[in-house]
Design a protein around this ligand. Structure first.
Ligand SMILES: *Cc1c(COP(=O)(O)O)cnc(C)c1O
Ligand SMILES: [Zn+2]
Length: 490
C-alpha cells in the first residue's frame, strides 16, 4: 500500500526519521559512552554494556495505542527497510537512518499453534515461534541484522572502513554473521571461530558457503569466546557475538512480534526460551519491559528460561531463592544435543541478573523462572513436536521439554497460553535425529531412543529396474507397487 493511501493521521509517522540519543551503558558502573565507536565492554570496569536511549521523549509523547496502531499499519507498507526488524525502528535503534538498514528477510517469523492432539497431550494451548524460518535458519539473524546495519551506518558515515568482523559461535552465530557480512561485500570481511567438531555439518557449511574465514579451535564454545574477546581487546576487529549490545537491540524484536501477533494481550501468557549465552533471554526481557514502559502492553508475560542439565549455569544460579545469597559460578559443560546452547559461562549473565530483577519488580511478583531438562527429554520432545507438524530443532525440543517441566513444577498453569522459541530449523540438527533413529548416541549424552519415536526408510522393489521402454517394465512397476501396498497394509 502506498503512503498516500494510509489514513491521514498515520501518514507522517509511517517512515521513521533518525531521532533519539543512544548510548552504551555499563551495567556495573553506569558509565556511558557514545555509540559512534565499536565498544563491547566498559573502558573503566570491564562490565558488559547495553544500549539505552537517553532521549525517548518522542516515544513517551505518544500513547501506547499510537505505537500499536503505527506498527500494525507498517505491516502494509512496502518500504524495504521496514520489512524486517526495523518495523519497530523507534524501539530498536531510532538513530538508524533507513538507508543504513540491512534487510535479508529476517524477522516476522510465524507463530504456529500446536495441533489439538499435541495440546491435549501437553495440557495447555501453545505455539511455536519458528525462528528457523529466518534467512540463515536461526533467530541469530535478528540481532545480526541490527549489528550489521550499525556497521553499514558507520561505513556510510565514514567512521569506519574495511571492517573485519569476528565471532565465536556454537554454529548459528557464525552462519548468520557470515551471511550478513557477505551481503555488505568487500568492506566487511568476516572470520568465525568454531569449537572443532561441536557444530553440525550444516552449520559449518553455512559460513564456508558465505565465504567467511572459518577457524576451528580445540575445546568448547567458552574457549572460542575467550579468544575472540582477546582479539577484540587487542586488535581492530568488530565483535559480532551477543556481547555486542547492537545484537540485543535487534533481538528484542522477538518480543515485539510475539506481542503484536497476539494483539498485545500478554496476560496469562508464558514464553519459553532455551538459554545458552543468554543473549536471547536478555533481549526478550528487555523487549517486553520496553513495551510495558511505553504502554503498548498492560502486563508482562511470564518468561521461563530452559537449560539442559549438561549446561546449566543459569539454572544453578537461580536455585538459591534468596537473591543476596546467589553467586554465579560457570560450569564445565557436558555433551548436549542442545548444542547451540552448550555454554557454561554465559556472557550476558550480568544483563540477565539485572533485567530479571527489573522484570519481577515491574510485574509485582516473581515472573521469570528457570527450569532444567534432561538430554533424553529434549530429544523426545523435539521428535514429538515434529511428528505433529512442527520444524523444531533440538533447542526447540528443549523449549517443549521445558514447558512440560514447568507445568510439573507448577511454574506454569493449564490456564495459561505458551509461546515456545523454536530457535533454529530442524534441518540444522538432523544429525541428532539420525543418532536417535540409529541408537548411536555416544554414552556422554545418555539418550536412549523410544521405539515409538524412531523412524527409518524401508525398501521395496528388487533388482535393477528395467528401462521405461523395456517390455519387462510394467511387470517391475506392478511387482514393486505390490510390495509397497504390502508395506502400507493396503
Ligand atoms: C544461540 C542459540 C541458542 C542460545 O541462545 P543464547 O542467546 O545464546 O542464549 C539457542 N538455540 C539456538 C538454535 C541458537 O542458535
Ligand atoms: Zn563500567
Amino acid at each position: 500500500m502506498e503512503l498516500q493511501d494510509f489514513p491521514k493521521a498515520i501518514q507522517p509517522h509511517l517512515l521513521p526519521v533518525p531521532r533519539g540519543e543512544l548510548e552504551y551503558t555499563c551495567l556495573a558502573c553506569r558509565r556511558r559512552e557514545a555509540i559512534d565507536q565499536l565498544l563491547y565492554t566498559c573502558p573503566d570496569c570491564g562490565g558488559v554494556l547495553l544500549i539505552e536511549n537517553r532521549d525517548d521523549r518522542f516515544i513517551q509523547a505518544r500513547s501506547g495505542a499510537h505505537w500499536r496502531r503505527l506498527f500494525d499499519y507498517r505491516r502494509m507498507l512496502t518500504e524495504p527497510a521496514l520489512q524486517g526488524i526495523f518495523r519497530y525502528q523507534e524501539l530498536v535503534a531510532p538513530v538508524m537512518p533507513l538507508k543504513a538498514v540491512l534487510y535479508l528477510g529476517e524477522g516476522h517469523t510465524p507463530l504456529i499453534q500446536a495441533n489439538p492432539a499435541l495440546i491435549r497431550r501437553i495440557g495447555l494451548p501453545f505455539y511455536f515461534k519458528n525462528e528457523g524460518q529466518n534467512p540463515s535458519a536461526s533467530f541469530k539473524d535478528r540481532g545480526m541484522a541490527c549489528a550489521l546495519s550499525y556497521l553499514q551506518y558507520l561505513l556510510q558515515a565514514k567512521k569506519q572502513k574495511n571492517i573485519l568482523a569476528v565471532c565465536a559461535s556454537t554454529g548459528d552465530t557464525s552462519a548468520s554473521a557470515a551471511l550478513y557480512a557477505a551481503y555488505l561485500g568487500d568492506e566487511v570481511r568476516s572470520a568465525v571461530l568454531l569449537p572443532q567438531g561441536k557444530v553440525t555439518p550444516q552449520q559449518l557449511s553455512q559460513p564456508l558457503g558465505s565465504g567467511a574465514t572459518v577457524i576451528e579451535i580445540p575445546g568448547v564454545f567458552d574457549d572460542c569466546m575467550k579468544i575472540v574477546e582477546y582479539l577484540s581487546e587487542h586488535y581492530p576487529v568488530a565483535l559480532l557475538n551477543s556481547k555486542n549490545a547492537w545484537r540485543i537491540l535487534g533481538q528484542e524484536t522477538y518480543a515485539f512480534e510475539v506481542a503484536q501477533a497476539l494483539d498485545y494481550q500478554c496476560d496469562r501468557l508464558a514464553l519459553l526460551v532455551p538459554i545458552g549465552n543468554a543473549g536471547n533471554i536478555t533481549a526478550i526481557l528487555s523487549g517486553f519491559l520496553k513495551l510495558a514502559r511505553y504502554g503498548l502492553i498492560a502486563s508482562l508475560p511470564k518468561i521461563v528460561g530452559v537449560q539442559s542439565r549438561h549446561a546449566n549455569p543459569v539454572y544453578q544460579y537461580y536455585l538459591e531463592s534468596a537473591p543476596r545469597k546467589r553467586v554465579f559460578k560457570p560450569v564445565a559443560v557436558r555433551p548436549s544435543v542442545a548444542q547451540a546452547a552448550m555454554i557454561g559461562n554465559p556472557v550476558s549473565m550480568p544483563r540477565v541478573i539485572q533485567l530479571v530483577e527489573q522484570y519481577n519488580e515491574w510485574s509485582g511478583r516473581r515472573n521469570v523462572f528457570i527450569v532444567e531438562v534432561k538430554e533424553q527429554e529434549i530429544m523426545d520432545h523435539m521428535l514429538l513436536a515434529n511428528r505433529n507438524g512442527h520444524i523444531a530443532c533440538t533447542q526447540g525440543g528443549e523449549s517443549l521439554a521445558g514447558l512440560v517441566q514447568a507445568l510439573k513444577e507448577k511454574k506454569i498453569s493449564r490456564r495459561e497460553t505458551a509461546v515456545l522459541a523454536a530457535t533454529a530449523h530442524a534441518l540444522k540438527f538432523s544429525g541428532f535425529q539420525d543418532m536417535y533413529f540409529h541408537n548411536s548416541f555416544p554414552p556422554g549424552f545418555a539418550v536412549r531412543p523410544k521405539r515409538s519415536l524412531q523412524n527409518a526408510p524401508r525398501a521395496a522393489g528388487t533388482g535393477i529396474p528395467p528401462r521405461a521402454n523395456d517390455p519387462a517394465y510394467p511387470r517391475f512397476v506392478a511387482q514393486t507397487a505390490g510390495q509397497v501396498a504390502k508395506l502400507l497394509k493396503l
